[in-house]
Write a protein that binds this ligand. Sequence first.
Ligand SMILES: *Cc1c(COP(=O)(O)O)cnc(C)c1O
Length: 410
Amino acid sequence: MFSPHHELPSFFSVEGNALLVAGIPLARVAEMAGGTPFYVYSRAAVKARLAALRAVLPPSVAVHYAVKANPMPALVGFMAAQVEGLDVASAGEMLLALNAGMAAEQVSFAGPGKTVAELRQAVAAGVLVHVESCREIGILAQVQEALGVGARVAVRVNPDFELKNAGMRMGGGAKPFGMDAETVPAALAEIAAAGLQFEGFHVFAGAQNLKAEAIMAAQEATLGLLERLAASAPAPVRVCNLGGGFGIPYFPGDTALDVEAVGQNMARLADWAARALPQARLVLELGRYLVGEAGLYVCRVLDRKVSRGQVFLVTDGGLHHHLAASGNFGQVLRKNYPVRIATKMRPDAPTETATVVGPLCTPLDVLADRMTLPVADEGDLVAVLQSGAYGASASPQAFLGHPPVHEVLL
Ligand SMILES: *Cc1c(COP(=O)(O)O)cnc(C)c1O
Protein backbone atom coordinates (compact mmCIF):
# COMPACT_ATOMS: atom_id res chain seq x y z
CA MET A 1 0.00 0.00 0.00
CA PHE A 2 1.26 3.45 -0.90
CA SER A 3 0.12 6.82 0.34
CA PRO A 4 -0.13 10.05 -1.62
CA HIS A 5 3.49 11.11 -1.41
CA HIS A 6 3.81 14.18 -3.45
CA GLU A 7 3.28 17.80 -2.48
CA LEU A 8 0.97 19.57 -4.86
CA PRO A 9 3.11 22.05 -6.84
CA SER A 10 2.19 25.56 -5.75
CA PHE A 11 0.83 26.69 -9.12
CA PHE A 12 -2.04 24.22 -8.80
CA SER A 13 -4.63 25.25 -6.27
CA VAL A 14 -7.51 23.68 -4.39
CA GLU A 15 -10.99 25.11 -3.75
CA GLY A 16 -13.29 22.90 -1.75
CA ASN A 17 -13.22 19.55 -3.47
CA ALA A 18 -11.82 20.88 -6.74
CA LEU A 19 -8.27 20.91 -8.09
CA LEU A 20 -7.65 24.03 -10.19
CA VAL A 21 -5.14 24.96 -12.87
CA ALA A 22 -4.78 28.68 -13.64
CA GLY A 23 -7.76 29.24 -11.37
CA ILE A 24 -10.05 26.93 -13.37
CA PRO A 25 -11.48 23.75 -11.82
CA LEU A 26 -10.45 20.67 -13.78
CA ALA A 27 -14.11 19.70 -14.29
CA ARG A 28 -14.50 22.92 -16.26
CA VAL A 29 -11.24 22.40 -18.14
CA ALA A 30 -12.69 19.02 -19.16
CA GLU A 31 -15.73 20.77 -20.63
CA MET A 32 -13.43 23.21 -22.40
CA ALA A 33 -11.23 20.45 -23.77
CA GLY A 34 -14.12 18.51 -25.25
CA GLY A 35 -14.10 15.87 -22.53
CA THR A 36 -11.71 13.55 -20.80
CA PRO A 37 -8.99 12.37 -20.97
CA PHE A 38 -6.79 15.40 -21.41
CA TYR A 39 -3.44 16.85 -20.56
CA VAL A 40 -3.35 20.34 -19.12
CA TYR A 41 -0.14 22.36 -18.93
CA SER A 42 0.41 25.57 -16.97
CA ARG A 43 2.28 28.48 -18.56
CA ALA A 44 2.74 29.99 -15.10
CA ALA A 45 4.38 26.79 -13.90
CA VAL A 46 6.86 26.74 -16.77
CA LYS A 47 7.65 30.42 -16.25
CA ALA A 48 8.18 29.92 -12.53
CA ARG A 49 10.47 26.97 -13.18
CA LEU A 50 12.57 28.93 -15.66
CA ALA A 51 12.77 31.96 -13.39
CA ALA A 52 13.91 29.82 -10.46
CA LEU A 53 16.50 28.15 -12.65
CA ARG A 54 17.86 31.39 -14.05
CA ALA A 55 18.11 32.81 -10.54
CA VAL A 56 20.74 30.20 -9.68
CA LEU A 57 22.56 29.95 -13.04
CA PRO A 58 25.32 32.31 -14.10
CA PRO A 59 23.86 34.73 -16.68
CA SER A 60 26.26 33.57 -19.39
CA VAL A 61 24.73 30.07 -19.51
CA ALA A 62 22.10 29.66 -22.24
CA VAL A 63 19.05 27.53 -21.51
CA HIS A 64 17.61 25.48 -24.37
CA TYR A 65 14.38 23.51 -24.43
CA ALA A 66 14.54 19.94 -25.77
CA VAL A 67 11.35 19.73 -27.82
CA LYS A 68 10.98 15.97 -27.54
CA ALA A 69 9.97 16.29 -23.87
CA ASN A 70 6.71 17.91 -24.97
CA PRO A 71 6.15 18.92 -28.59
CA MET A 72 2.65 20.39 -28.20
CA PRO A 73 2.85 23.21 -30.79
CA ALA A 74 1.37 25.90 -28.54
CA LEU A 75 3.79 24.97 -25.77
CA VAL A 76 6.75 25.03 -28.16
CA GLY A 77 5.60 28.47 -29.31
CA PHE A 78 5.45 29.60 -25.70
CA MET A 79 8.89 28.13 -24.97
CA ALA A 80 10.40 29.79 -28.05
CA ALA A 81 9.88 33.14 -26.34
CA GLN A 82 11.26 31.96 -22.98
CA VAL A 83 14.54 30.21 -23.83
CA GLU A 84 17.69 30.91 -25.85
CA GLY A 85 17.32 27.90 -28.10
CA LEU A 86 15.27 24.87 -29.08
CA ASP A 87 16.88 21.45 -29.47
CA VAL A 88 15.21 19.11 -31.92
CA ALA A 89 15.72 15.48 -32.83
CA SER A 90 13.97 15.10 -36.19
CA ALA A 91 13.10 17.23 -39.20
CA GLY A 92 9.52 17.20 -37.94
CA GLU A 93 10.59 18.77 -34.65
CA MET A 94 12.84 21.16 -36.56
CA LEU A 95 9.90 22.54 -38.56
CA LEU A 96 7.84 22.71 -35.39
CA ALA A 97 10.56 24.82 -33.74
CA LEU A 98 10.92 27.12 -36.76
CA ASN A 99 7.16 27.45 -37.18
CA ALA A 100 6.97 28.32 -33.48
CA GLY A 101 9.03 31.40 -34.26
CA MET A 102 12.49 30.34 -33.07
CA ALA A 103 15.28 31.78 -35.23
CA ALA A 104 17.19 29.10 -37.15
CA GLU A 105 20.47 30.25 -35.54
CA GLN A 106 19.03 29.12 -32.22
CA VAL A 107 17.80 25.69 -33.29
CA SER A 108 20.06 22.66 -32.98
CA PHE A 109 19.37 19.24 -34.43
CA ALA A 110 20.72 16.06 -32.79
CA GLY A 111 19.82 12.40 -33.29
CA PRO A 112 21.65 9.22 -34.23
CA GLY A 113 19.80 8.40 -37.47
CA LYS A 114 19.36 11.51 -39.56
CA THR A 115 18.29 10.82 -43.13
CA VAL A 116 19.79 12.55 -46.17
CA ALA A 117 16.48 14.37 -46.59
CA GLU A 118 16.57 15.59 -42.99
CA LEU A 119 20.15 16.81 -43.32
CA ARG A 120 19.16 18.69 -46.48
CA GLN A 121 16.26 20.31 -44.65
CA ALA A 122 18.55 21.26 -41.77
CA VAL A 123 21.16 22.91 -44.02
CA ALA A 124 18.50 24.69 -46.06
CA ALA A 125 16.96 25.99 -42.83
CA GLY A 126 20.32 27.09 -41.42
CA VAL A 127 20.04 25.22 -38.11
CA LEU A 128 23.04 23.83 -36.22
CA VAL A 129 23.48 20.12 -36.95
CA HIS A 130 24.94 18.00 -34.17
CA VAL A 131 26.86 15.47 -36.25
CA GLU A 132 26.87 11.98 -34.79
CA SER A 133 28.93 10.05 -37.38
CA CYS A 134 31.37 10.37 -40.29
CA ARG A 135 28.50 9.41 -42.58
CA GLU A 136 26.73 12.62 -41.61
CA ILE A 137 29.87 14.67 -42.28
CA GLY A 138 30.08 13.19 -45.79
CA ILE A 139 26.42 13.84 -46.53
CA LEU A 140 26.61 17.39 -45.20
CA ALA A 141 29.57 18.11 -47.49
CA GLN A 142 27.49 17.03 -50.50
CA VAL A 143 24.37 18.88 -49.33
CA GLN A 144 26.33 22.06 -48.74
CA GLU A 145 27.67 21.83 -52.27
CA ALA A 146 24.27 21.06 -53.79
CA LEU A 147 22.44 23.85 -51.97
CA GLY A 148 25.19 26.46 -52.01
CA VAL A 149 24.49 27.04 -48.32
CA GLY A 150 27.09 26.50 -45.60
CA ALA A 151 26.39 23.63 -43.20
CA ARG A 152 26.69 24.65 -39.54
CA VAL A 153 27.90 21.77 -37.40
CA ALA A 154 28.72 20.86 -33.84
CA VAL A 155 30.14 17.46 -32.94
CA ARG A 156 28.14 15.32 -30.56
CA VAL A 157 30.69 13.52 -28.43
CA ASN A 158 30.13 10.20 -26.68
CA PRO A 159 32.28 10.89 -23.61
CA ASP A 160 34.74 8.57 -21.99
CA PHE A 161 32.84 8.75 -18.70
CA GLU A 162 29.27 7.96 -17.58
CA LEU A 163 26.72 10.08 -15.78
CA LYS A 164 26.11 8.34 -12.47
CA ASN A 165 22.63 7.81 -11.02
CA ALA A 166 20.93 8.69 -14.29
CA GLY A 167 17.56 7.15 -15.09
CA MET A 168 18.54 6.79 -18.73
CA ARG A 169 22.18 6.67 -19.76
CA MET A 170 22.95 8.11 -23.13
CA GLY A 171 26.68 8.63 -22.98
CA GLY A 172 29.83 6.75 -21.99
CA GLY A 173 30.75 3.21 -22.96
CA ALA A 174 29.39 1.82 -26.22
CA LYS A 175 26.51 3.98 -27.44
CA PRO A 176 24.75 4.74 -30.72
CA PHE A 177 24.69 8.44 -29.76
CA GLY A 178 27.45 10.80 -30.84
CA MET A 179 31.02 9.98 -31.78
CA ASP A 180 33.40 8.30 -29.35
CA ALA A 181 35.66 10.97 -27.85
CA GLU A 182 38.78 9.20 -29.09
CA THR A 183 37.57 9.42 -32.73
CA VAL A 184 36.64 13.10 -32.56
CA PRO A 185 40.03 14.59 -33.59
CA ALA A 186 39.87 12.62 -36.87
CA ALA A 187 36.25 13.71 -37.39
CA LEU A 188 37.26 17.33 -36.83
CA ALA A 189 39.88 16.96 -39.55
CA GLU A 190 37.18 15.62 -41.90
CA ILE A 191 34.94 18.56 -41.03
CA ALA A 192 37.77 20.96 -41.84
CA ALA A 193 38.56 19.16 -45.13
CA ALA A 194 34.88 19.22 -46.12
CA GLY A 195 34.67 22.95 -45.44
CA LEU A 196 31.78 22.65 -42.99
CA GLN A 197 31.23 25.51 -40.53
CA PHE A 198 32.41 24.11 -37.23
CA GLU A 199 30.76 25.78 -34.22
CA GLY A 200 31.32 23.55 -31.23
CA PHE A 201 30.53 20.46 -29.23
CA HIS A 202 27.61 18.68 -27.63
CA VAL A 203 27.64 16.06 -24.90
CA PHE A 204 24.48 14.53 -23.50
CA ALA A 205 25.36 11.95 -20.90
CA GLY A 206 21.96 10.93 -19.54
CA ALA A 207 18.53 11.93 -18.30
CA GLN A 208 16.36 12.05 -15.15
CA ASN A 209 19.19 12.67 -12.69
CA LEU A 210 18.23 13.86 -9.20
CA LYS A 211 21.77 13.93 -7.77
CA ALA A 212 23.40 17.36 -8.00
CA GLU A 213 26.86 15.91 -7.32
CA ALA A 214 26.56 13.52 -10.26
CA ILE A 215 25.48 16.30 -12.62
CA MET A 216 28.24 18.58 -11.37
CA ALA A 217 30.86 15.89 -11.85
CA ALA A 218 29.58 15.11 -15.36
CA GLN A 219 29.59 18.78 -16.35
CA GLU A 220 33.10 19.25 -15.03
CA ALA A 221 34.37 16.17 -16.84
CA THR A 222 32.55 17.29 -19.99
CA LEU A 223 34.17 20.71 -19.99
CA GLY A 224 37.59 19.14 -19.43
CA LEU A 225 37.00 16.79 -22.34
CA LEU A 226 35.81 19.60 -24.61
CA GLU A 227 38.80 21.76 -23.69
CA ARG A 228 41.08 18.92 -24.78
CA LEU A 229 39.13 18.29 -28.01
CA ALA A 230 39.15 22.02 -28.81
CA ALA A 231 42.87 21.71 -29.50
CA SER A 232 41.96 19.76 -32.67
CA ALA A 233 39.09 22.03 -33.73
CA PRO A 234 39.29 23.75 -37.13
CA ALA A 235 37.72 26.96 -35.77
CA PRO A 236 37.18 28.56 -32.36
CA VAL A 237 34.63 26.73 -30.23
CA ARG A 238 31.53 28.90 -29.98
CA VAL A 239 29.12 26.45 -28.38
CA CYS A 240 29.68 23.98 -25.58
CA ASN A 241 26.39 22.20 -25.08
CA LEU A 242 26.86 20.40 -21.77
CA GLY A 243 23.59 18.49 -22.05
CA GLY A 244 21.20 18.50 -19.14
CA GLY A 245 19.75 15.47 -17.54
CA PHE A 246 18.10 17.41 -14.70
CA GLY A 247 15.46 15.14 -13.19
CA ILE A 248 12.19 15.74 -11.36
CA PRO A 249 10.86 13.72 -8.41
CA TYR A 250 8.19 11.18 -9.28
CA PHE A 251 8.21 8.49 -6.65
CA PRO A 252 8.13 8.09 -2.87
CA GLY A 253 11.62 8.82 -1.58
CA ASP A 254 12.64 10.96 -4.57
CA THR A 255 13.98 14.35 -3.54
CA ALA A 256 14.09 17.35 -5.85
CA LEU A 257 17.37 18.16 -7.55
CA ASP A 258 19.49 20.70 -5.66
CA VAL A 259 19.64 23.07 -8.60
CA GLU A 260 21.30 25.77 -6.51
CA ALA A 261 24.35 23.58 -6.05
CA VAL A 262 24.43 22.87 -9.78
CA GLY A 263 24.17 26.61 -10.48
CA GLN A 264 27.04 27.46 -8.15
CA ASN A 265 29.19 24.85 -9.80
CA MET A 266 28.24 26.18 -13.24
CA ALA A 267 29.41 29.65 -12.23
CA ARG A 268 32.83 28.11 -11.60
CA LEU A 269 32.69 26.24 -14.92
CA ALA A 270 31.66 29.44 -16.73
CA ASP A 271 34.78 31.19 -15.35
CA TRP A 272 36.91 28.27 -16.47
CA ALA A 273 35.31 28.27 -19.94
CA ALA A 274 35.82 32.04 -20.24
CA ARG A 275 39.56 31.47 -19.85
CA ALA A 276 39.98 28.17 -21.72
CA LEU A 277 37.44 28.64 -24.52
CA PRO A 278 36.90 32.40 -24.60
CA GLN A 279 34.47 32.44 -27.54
CA ALA A 280 32.34 29.57 -26.26
CA ARG A 281 28.86 29.90 -24.86
CA LEU A 282 27.82 27.25 -22.35
CA VAL A 283 24.44 25.71 -23.11
CA LEU A 284 22.15 23.59 -20.95
CA GLU A 285 19.52 21.61 -22.83
CA LEU A 286 16.58 20.69 -20.65
CA GLY A 287 13.31 18.99 -21.43
CA ARG A 288 11.69 17.23 -18.51
CA TYR A 289 12.98 19.68 -15.92
CA LEU A 290 11.31 22.66 -17.59
CA VAL A 291 7.90 21.18 -18.34
CA GLY A 292 7.48 17.92 -16.41
CA GLU A 293 6.01 19.40 -13.26
CA ALA A 294 3.84 21.85 -15.20
CA GLY A 295 1.45 19.25 -16.56
CA LEU A 296 -1.36 17.01 -15.36
CA TYR A 297 -3.03 14.08 -17.07
CA VAL A 298 -6.72 13.97 -16.25
CA CYS A 299 -9.15 11.12 -16.82
CA ARG A 300 -12.60 10.19 -15.53
CA VAL A 301 -13.73 7.25 -13.44
CA LEU A 302 -16.05 5.14 -15.62
CA ASP A 303 -16.62 2.33 -13.21
CA ARG A 304 -15.91 1.38 -9.64
CA LYS A 305 -15.42 -2.32 -9.18
CA VAL A 306 -14.57 -4.44 -6.21
CA SER A 307 -12.79 -7.67 -7.07
CA ARG A 308 -12.24 -10.03 -4.15
CA GLY A 309 -11.99 -7.13 -1.76
CA GLN A 310 -9.76 -4.91 -3.91
CA VAL A 311 -11.16 -1.62 -5.23
CA PHE A 312 -10.55 -0.82 -8.89
CA LEU A 313 -11.31 2.58 -10.35
CA VAL A 314 -11.64 2.00 -14.08
CA THR A 315 -11.02 5.23 -15.97
CA ASP A 316 -11.24 6.39 -19.57
CA GLY A 317 -7.50 7.15 -19.59
CA GLY A 318 -4.49 4.89 -19.44
CA LEU A 319 -1.19 3.81 -20.90
CA HIS A 320 -2.24 4.63 -24.48
CA HIS A 321 -1.98 8.30 -23.44
CA HIS A 322 0.43 8.09 -20.55
CA LEU A 323 2.80 5.20 -20.98
CA ALA A 324 5.23 6.64 -18.42
CA ALA A 325 2.68 6.71 -15.58
CA SER A 326 1.84 3.07 -16.28
CA GLY A 327 5.48 2.23 -15.62
CA ASN A 328 6.15 1.00 -19.14
CA PHE A 329 8.46 3.83 -20.28
CA GLY A 330 11.91 3.47 -18.80
CA GLN A 331 11.00 2.13 -15.33
CA VAL A 332 12.56 -1.13 -14.20
CA LEU A 333 10.20 -1.78 -11.28
CA ARG A 334 6.77 -0.23 -11.54
CA LYS A 335 6.20 2.61 -9.07
CA ASN A 336 3.22 4.93 -8.72
CA TYR A 337 3.27 8.41 -10.12
CA PRO A 338 1.63 10.88 -7.73
CA VAL A 339 -2.13 10.74 -8.30
CA ARG A 340 -5.04 12.81 -6.92
CA ILE A 341 -8.81 12.51 -7.11
CA ALA A 342 -9.25 15.98 -8.59
CA THR A 343 -12.91 16.22 -7.52
CA LYS A 344 -12.35 15.00 -3.94
CA MET A 345 -9.64 17.34 -2.73
CA ARG A 346 -10.93 18.18 0.77
CA PRO A 347 -8.30 17.13 3.27
CA ASP A 348 -10.95 15.42 5.41
CA ALA A 349 -12.33 13.29 2.56
CA PRO A 350 -12.61 9.63 3.62
CA THR A 351 -9.92 7.49 2.01
CA GLU A 352 -9.51 3.89 0.90
CA THR A 353 -6.96 1.78 -0.89
CA ALA A 354 -7.72 1.75 -4.61
CA THR A 355 -6.08 0.72 -7.85
CA VAL A 356 -6.62 3.06 -10.79
CA VAL A 357 -6.64 1.32 -14.16
CA GLY A 358 -7.35 2.31 -17.75
CA PRO A 359 -9.82 0.87 -20.25
CA LEU A 360 -7.32 -1.27 -22.16
CA CYS A 361 -7.47 -5.06 -22.17
CA THR A 362 -3.98 -5.53 -20.73
CA PRO A 363 -2.79 -5.88 -17.14
CA LEU A 364 -0.13 -3.25 -17.96
CA ASP A 365 -2.78 -0.53 -18.03
CA VAL A 366 -2.38 0.67 -14.43
CA LEU A 367 -2.15 4.34 -13.40
CA ALA A 368 -1.96 3.76 -9.64
CA ASP A 369 -1.47 0.46 -7.88
CA ARG A 370 -3.02 0.07 -4.41
CA MET A 371 -2.77 3.72 -3.43
CA THR A 372 -4.48 5.49 -0.53
CA LEU A 373 -6.95 7.83 -2.25
CA PRO A 374 -10.15 9.62 -1.35
CA VAL A 375 -13.13 7.33 -1.96
CA ALA A 376 -14.07 7.96 -5.58
CA ASP A 377 -17.03 7.06 -7.72
CA GLU A 378 -18.22 7.11 -11.30
CA GLY A 379 -17.74 10.59 -12.76
CA ASP A 380 -14.91 11.66 -10.46
CA LEU A 381 -11.75 12.97 -12.08
CA VAL A 382 -8.33 11.39 -11.57
CA ALA A 383 -5.29 13.66 -12.03
CA VAL A 384 -1.80 12.28 -12.52
CA LEU A 385 0.81 14.83 -11.42
CA GLN A 386 4.28 15.31 -12.93
CA SER A 387 2.85 14.62 -16.38
CA GLY A 388 4.11 17.54 -18.47
CA ALA A 389 6.95 15.62 -20.13
CA TYR A 390 7.05 12.39 -22.15
CA GLY A 391 3.25 12.07 -22.07
CA ALA A 392 1.03 12.29 -25.14
CA SER A 393 3.78 12.12 -27.73
CA ALA A 394 5.61 9.29 -25.96
CA SER A 395 2.59 7.00 -25.68
CA PRO A 396 1.08 4.45 -28.09
CA GLN A 397 -2.15 6.34 -28.78
CA ALA A 398 -3.28 3.97 -31.52
CA PHE A 399 -3.12 0.96 -29.20
CA LEU A 400 -6.68 -0.42 -28.92
CA GLY A 401 -8.26 2.32 -30.99
CA HIS A 402 -9.42 4.73 -28.31
CA PRO A 403 -9.73 8.44 -29.20
CA PRO A 404 -6.58 10.57 -29.01
CA VAL A 405 -5.98 12.67 -25.91
CA HIS A 406 -6.88 16.37 -25.77
CA GLU A 407 -4.22 18.89 -24.77
CA VAL A 408 -4.80 22.31 -23.19
CA LEU A 409 -2.25 24.99 -22.37
CA LEU A 410 -3.47 27.44 -19.73
C1 LIG B 1 16.08 13.64 -24.70
C2 LIG B 1 17.16 14.61 -24.83
C3 LIG B 1 17.16 15.78 -24.04
C4 LIG B 1 16.11 16.07 -23.02
O1 LIG B 1 16.22 15.23 -21.93
P1 LIG B 1 15.39 15.52 -20.60
O2 LIG B 1 15.67 14.38 -19.73
O3 LIG B 1 13.96 15.61 -21.00
O4 LIG B 1 15.88 16.82 -20.05
C5 LIG B 1 18.17 16.68 -24.24
N1 LIG B 1 19.15 16.46 -25.15
C6 LIG B 1 19.19 15.35 -25.91
C7 LIG B 1 20.27 15.17 -26.88
C8 LIG B 1 18.20 14.39 -25.78
O5 LIG B 1 18.24 13.29 -26.53
